[in-house]
Structure formats: structure tokens, C-alpha cells
Ligand binder design. Structure first.
Ligand code: SF4
Ligand code: SF4
Length: 236
């Protein structure tokens, strides 16, 4: 049975969780967080770095209340590839080290509202093994530095990232794209280069000034990484 990440979350509580510990089970993990998701949302300051490794594309989804949500996603693998993220190596774990997305860096912790939270679907939580979550009333400082610091970055950049994506739609730059490699087709949303080129000069100047143009080209360059994901799927 496949596990849905974040289907069992709790806020961290110094009383309730005072004896709880955590360690990553790495290659012995039965439901690795690197196997389950096929993508993750990303924020503006990550786009350029991640564009070297993943396709970073514009995603539109409709939430349970029928509201349209637009965000940027980095794809870890093709949907049909059950062997996990393209950078997950047997016995070694993640090959990207510090280059991995913030959502990977924060997991299995995150910030919900203004509170620290954890995803108990991660089997690394237990009463017996790993580092304690709490030192009295204070959260373990390593966890704060190495996990929650990235949760904060994700929170802080959420609004700016939405503004960027909304600008792309307002300028009518987003179109459906596809990549075909070895007979396999992947579809996604992307910025149309011709529409970008045909924008009024003043608008293009604004995109340069705001730094958006650099991000748009990072997104466009990232699309070549679909090939890496398709190759991995076909090699299986
Ligand atoms: S973080 Fe948790 S789910 Fe991910 S590999 Fe480690 S133990 Fe498994
Ligand atoms: S980038 Fe690394 S940590 Fe993130 S899903 Fe891929 S292998 Fe796992």
C-alpha cells in the first residue's frame, strides 16, 4: 500500500513529544520520502540552482474548494517511474547534498501557520532511536538549523513566488509544452519564448530589472532535464 506523505502530521509539543526521537533510516527506510513524491513546489531563490538538475515548471491545480492554485514545481521523476527521484542512489541516498530542494532539506519537519510541525508518516520517529526532538522546552538546535531554517525560507518566499507566477499569466506567457524523447511524451506548462520576445520593450525592461527574466530563462533551460527523467525511466 502506498503511503501518502503528510497524511499524519502533528504540531511539535514539548510536553507531548518530550521523549520522541528522530533519525533518518536512509536506505533501510520502508517508505522513503525520496520514492513517494514525483515533484515538489519550489520558491524563487531556488529556481536558478535547481534548474541545473530538475525540470522546473509552472503548475496549475484546483483545490478542494474549487480555487485555482498556481505554483512552481521541480519534478523528481516521471509519474510512472516507481523507482523514485532521479537523484536517489541505492545505498547512498541523495546525490545532491546541499543542492537539493528546500522541501527535501526540511523534511520530515515543516512550519504550519506559525507552528513547528512534523510528518509522522516518516518512520524515522521513535521513542528509542535517534536524536531527541526537545532539550527541555527548546527544540533540538541541530533540527532548528538544518531543517526549520528551510521551512522558514519556504514560508518567506511563498508570496514572492506567487507574484512571479501570476505575472507570467498576466503577461499571457504561459502555454502548454511537451517533450518527446525515445517515443515517450511528457506534457507541462512553460513560458512561450516567442510571446516573451514579442512583449513591448518597456515590459521586457521591467522583467530584466526585477530579475524575472533571469528566472524565466532558468525555467526554460531546466526543461532539458526532462530528458534525464525519461532516460532513467526507460533504463528501468
Ligand atoms: S526522512 Fe523519513 S521517510 Fe525520508 S528516508 Fe529518512 S526515515 Fe525515510
Ligand atoms: S533531491 Fe534528494 S532528497 Fe530530494 S527527493 Fe531527490 S533524492 Fe530525495
Amino acid at each position: 500500500m502506498s503511503i501518502k506523505l503528510f497524511s499524519n502530521t502533528e504540531f511539535l509539543d514539548p510536553q507531548q513529544h518530550r521523549t520522541l526521537r528522530w533519525e533518518c533510516l536512509k536506505s533501510s527506510c520502508p517508505n522513503s520520502c525520496c520514492l513517494i513524491p514525483d515533484r515538489t513546489f519550489v520558491v524563487l531563490e531556488e529556481i536558478i540552482g535547481l534548474s541545473r538538475y530538475f525540470p522546473v515548471v509552472i503548475t496549475v491545480e484546483v483545490d478542494e474548494e474549487g480555487k485555482e492554485e498556481r505554483f512552481l514545481c521541480a519534478y523528481f521523476r516521471l509519474k510512472e517511474d516507481s523507482r523514485g527521484c532521479v537523484y536517489l542512489k541505492d545505498g547512498m541516498g541523495c546525490l545532491l547534498g546541499e543542492e537539493k530542494p528546500y522541501t527535501c532539506k526540511q523534511y520530515p519537519f515543516f512550519i504550519k501557520g506559525n507552528y513547528l510541525a512534523m510528518d509522522l508518516t516518516c518512520p524515522g520517529f521513535s521513542q528509542e532511536k535517534g536524536e531527541p526532538l526537545w532539550d527541555g522546552q527548546h527544540i533540538n538546535q541541530r533540527f532548528e538549523r538544518q531543517f526549520f531554517a528551510y521551512s522558514l525560507r519556504l514560508q518567506e518566499q511563498r508570496r514572492e513566488t506567487e507574484d512571479f507566477v501570476n505575472t507570467l499569466f498576466e503577461l499571457n506567457l504561459v502555454v502548454g509544452g511537451k517533450m518527446v524523447y525515445e517515443g515517450l511524451e511528457v506534457t507541462f506548462n512553460m513560458v512561450d519564448e516567442e510571446r516573451l520576445y514579442n512583449l513591448p520593450e518597456a515590459v521586457k525592461e521591467e522583467l530584466f530589472k526585477s530579475g524575472y527574466m533571469r528566472l524565466i530563462y532558468a525555467h526554460l533551460n531546466s526543461l532539458q532535464n526532462w530528458e534525464r527523467l525519461i532516460k532513467k525511466y526507460l533504463s528501468g
